[in-house]
Design a protein. Sequence first.
Length: 367
Amino acid sequence: MRIIKIILRIIAGSVFIFSGTVKAIDPLGSAYKFHDYFQAFGMDFLQPLALPLAILLCLAEFITGFAVLTGIRYREGITAMFLLILFFTPLTFILALTNPVSDCGCFGDAIHLTNWQTFGKNIILFILILVLFLSRKSAAEKFSPFKGWMISGAAMILFVLFALYNLRYLPVIDFLPYKTGNNIPDLMRIPDGAPMTRYETTFIYEKDGMQKEFTLENYPASDSSWKFIDQTSVIIEKGFEPPIHDFSIVTSDNSDITEAVLSNQGYTLLMISRKLNLAKPERLQAGFELGKTCLAQGIDFYILTASGTSDIQSYNPELRFCQTDEITLKTMVRSNPGYILLKNGTITGKWSWVNVPDKNEISDIIK
């Protein structure tokens, strides 16, 4: 029985540590997931709490996993872990039934699970953790209470600092498709013979006050006595979707310059601000000044944003503002503003507003 408990502790502790760590690597991504849930459940008033809750959740997962795996403050750790799994198991069952957001985000962007897969994982964890919780009183503590809490407190502080570092300087591990070294056109390409998404389309027609549903095979195309009312399409088999499938750059005059930017043999610096009004003015101004320097040195410079035209017009008219989908911008860089350096469609550099190279460093990078 002792060996079984050790195995259970390793499994449960490792899963919680891993889950907390991948969220701490990308705390803003976890905050976006909270945003999605708040929006799906009509709880928009909680949006300001998304980032604090994201950091609090990853800390709770990490420290409970740390306690269970190491045995430091084990009883408190397994109790907290049991309460977490007791809360999340029925919650993920509700999410699996309603599917408000397709990916629960329990492992950040490192591993994507459907809501049903997440629920199944939580059922297994619940059983493992329940066994450990019921036998918690027989476990011996490794250290005195004071020393144990000191070690746990130090681990918590270091973990929070790690999350804040990733928030400020971009994730230390980039799990998203726009990471340094990736070629964007390659990741947009659909291989020959790749399966296509299949849809089932239903047509609703009305005749003599009665409505009836038809398919593509039997709808009354040649019978004018039927009046078309509506149609619905449902995905019955999802086809291949490239890692990057929604990337486009459109200028203020509605010209799509995506291909021109990605095929540029020289360097292109993209300044990314998903919403200009959400970025601090001094950070934007620093980016504008950098953009002027880039243009003077022959480096193409574009500002990508999801802000509306009226917002864009209130900023520097000397620079080229372009519009890109907000979700795409969130995926490209976890910073507002953030920066991506391209050469022939390949990402050669990526920075937050904190550590973006200055004009002299940019000159050295492109040599």
